[in-house]
Write a protein that binds this ligand. Structure first.
Ligand SMILES: [Zn+2]
Length: 265
């Protein structure tokens, strides 16, 4: 069986508190043997790192999501730097810009984003990037730091061919979620999926969010989980007109390369 890596799962989220072990087991049964647990605040990143250290196959990111950018204080970056020193913490993020909701004011978002890009450059880790309704500013900021960064992934990419081209020019990996399974909202993305070079493609669920719309049967809870990455893989394979196994092998190798995981761990 192909072994998949879910590069973005919010496994420390409290919706998994009651059955986290079962969720991890179901993922493994579906071929998802390794996962990167997303950190979204300093506290959540500490939880993600702790979870990652507690089991084989789990890794974590350390960062502050743009929604929480306003929480950045004098100690935040030092706290993230300390987390980044842990062996299982493999990327800085998620960080970026989200002008769709502006839960944090745009200037606070830019400050937190820039500080995390600088941290990633300092510690030599790749970045796990979030962008919504902020493509142009996001691209400018990443471009200004790109030379010093070891690498990065545009996580939960939902854009069309033009956005894709801009991110490929920045030499980013492209993270595709169950958004690809949405006939209506995912139309632009589905046009871009065949254009993603095979050596740039990554797969993620963003669980518990983004339950694939066309999943049958759907869990009653409507909670997404990493086991459903196999479904995302199938849809990505279809959109590319390629064998899912070929896509899976490439995505796994790409993740191993980006975050420097031991091959086939
Ligand atoms: Zn995100």
């Amino acid at each position: 069986m192909i072994r998949l890596i879910d590069i973005g799962v919010n496994l420390a989220h409290d919706s998994f508190d009651a059955d986290r072990d079962e969720v991890i087991e179901r993922a493994a049964s579906a071929g998802v043997t390794r996962m990167i647990v997303t950190g979204t605040t300093v506290t959540a990143s500490a939880r993600a790192a702790e979870l990652a250290a507690s089991r084989p196959g789990l890794y974590a990111t350390a960062g502050i999501h743009p929604h929480h950018a306003i929480e950045l204080d004098a100690h935040s970056i030092d706290a993230l730097r300390a987390l980044a020193a842990q062996a299982r913490v493999v990327a800085i993020g998620e960080c970026g810009l989200d002008f769709f909701r502006n839960y944090s004011p745009p200037d606070a978002q830019e400050r937190a984003f820039t500080a995390q890009l600088e941290l990633a450059a300092d510690v030599g880790l790749p970045v796990f990037l979030h962008q919504r309704d902020a493509h142009e500013r996001f691209t400018e900021i990443v471009a200004a730091h790109r030379e010093r960064l070891s690498g990065g992934v545009a996580h939960c990419f939902t854009g069309g061919p033009a956005e894709l081209e801009a991110y490929l020019e920045l030499d980013l990996y492209i993270g595709v979620t169950g958004w690809a399974c949405d006939e209506r909202r995912g139309a632009e993305l589905r046009a871009a999926i065949p254009l993603i070079p095979l050596d740039r493609l990554l797969l993620e669920t963003d669980a518990p969010y983004l339950l694939p719309r066309d999943l049958e049967p759907k869990p009653r809870s409507r909670r997404n989980e990493p086991a459903f990455l196999a479904h995302v893989l199938m849809r990505v394979g279809e959109a590319r007109g390629r064998d899912p196994d070929e896509v899976a092998r490439a995505a796994t190798a790409n993740a191993e390369k980006l975050i420097r995981l031991p091959v086939g761990d």
